[in-house]
Ligand binder design. Structure first.
Ligand code: ZN
Length: 347
């Protein structure tokens, strides 16, 4: 390969399945099966296994697979004052697409101490590859919480964005190469994205010198999301209103859903100048992509994004999937990206 050939690096959206001895498999918000010291040790072992799995599969930019969190939003919120986890409330989230038990905001939110510092420190010590760490985005947090204090979604979002920013700066200092904010809610509340969602996201990422990313998808591969997608019609154009705003923002990378979706691929052309993390792995299907299928998805994306800005990724987190299937899919992702890398290098 010539040294100037584009890398077409691969990465994951965020979560990976947890080992069956740590949490109930194929379940979102699965409670821990260990406690006390055993849980601390178990989480660390799971992070080591997740990193090793990604490395073995050939993933370039690795993460901790969110092995230490029950859920990508509530993991961070568990470290926040003003959020009461003893007052769980069943609410409709993502515009009532499905219901979830969510903690209640009962007072001003405050981050008394770092939440994920130990997670990043541990992951950093256990891999030499580029490390990505995921945090929930402010809008998605607001949408996954029962608020009895701010009673104003934008106000709460900015309060949370400030906390996220302080956290992100610490994680960057501990060696995270990429900080990604997960904003699946961006595909649901299109007007709010324009009114305050992007600004809140930029507030969360303000002043970061590491690579910044946002992940916007059509959700985990769970039944409620699969049913919802059926109602979205033949063309999913949600990205059309959000991408031009993101193109003007300071966020460096956008991770999006592409494989087996009805997203018109040309919409990624709206992300001019940004790195595009193209979802080439369907997390809502147990059918394992072939490397050639992954390559085909990335090849199509190359019609709309420059090779130096193209990354291969998963559509969304893999938390609810079976572990061996997730592993096989990651292997296909890396192999598919390698095909494109070789093509671009003229091999
Ligand atoms: Zn997602």
């Amino acid at each position: 390969m010539s040294p100037s050939a584009p890398a077409i690096e691969t990465t994951i959206a965020g979560s990976l399945p947890k080992p069956s001895w740590l949490a109930k498999p194929q379940t979102l918000w699965a409670p821990w099966l260990l406690s006390g010291e055993q849980l601390v040790e178990g989480k660390r072992d799971a992070v080591r296994a997740a990193l090793k799995m990604q490395e073995t599969c050939g993933i370039d930019i690795v993460g901790d697979g969110e092995q230490s969190r029950t859920h990508f939003v509530h993991g961070f919120l568990q470290g926040i004052e003003g959020v009461d986890f003893s007052r769980m409330k069943r609410i409709g989230i993502r515009a009532d697409r499905y219901e979830a038990d969510c903690p209640t905001v009962t007072g001003p939110v405050r981050r008394p101490r770092p939440v994920h510092a130990e997670d990043v420190r541990f992951a950093r010590a256990n891999t030499t590859r580029k490390l990505k760490f995921t945090l929930p985005g402010p809008m998605t947090m607001v949408d996954t919480i029962a608020d009895e204090h701010y009673r104003d979604r934008a106000k709460l979002a900015f309060a949370l964005a400030e906390l996220l920013n302080a956290e992100a700066k610490e994680l960057e200092a501990l060696g995270a190469d990429v900080i990604q904010f997960d904003e699946p809610a961006f595909n649901v509340f299109l007007d709010e994205v324009r009114e305050w969602g992007i600004s809140a996201l930029e507030r969360a990422a303000q002043g970061l010198k590491c690579v910044t990313a946002v992940h916007i998808c059509y959700g985990y591969g769970i039944k409620a999301n699969v049913e919802w997608k059926k109602t979205l019609g033949g063309q999913w154009r949600q990205y059309e209103s959000t991408f031009p705003l993101l193109a003007k923002s300071k966020i460096g990378q956008v991770s999006l859903e592409c494989a087996n979706s009805h997203v018109p691929i040309e919409l990624i052309g709206l992300l001019k100048g940004k790195d595009v993390l193209v979802g080439a792995i369907d997390v809502a299907s147990d059918v394992i992509e072939s490397p050639e299928q992954v390559a085909a998805t990335l090849r199509t994306a190359l019609n709309h994004v420059a090779p130096e800005h193209l990354y291969g990724c998963t559509n969304c987190g893999m938390a609810p999937m079976a572990r061996p299937i997730a592993e096989a899919k990651l292997r296909a992702l890396a192999a598919g990206a390698r095909i494109i890398r070789n093509e671009l290098a003229g091999k």
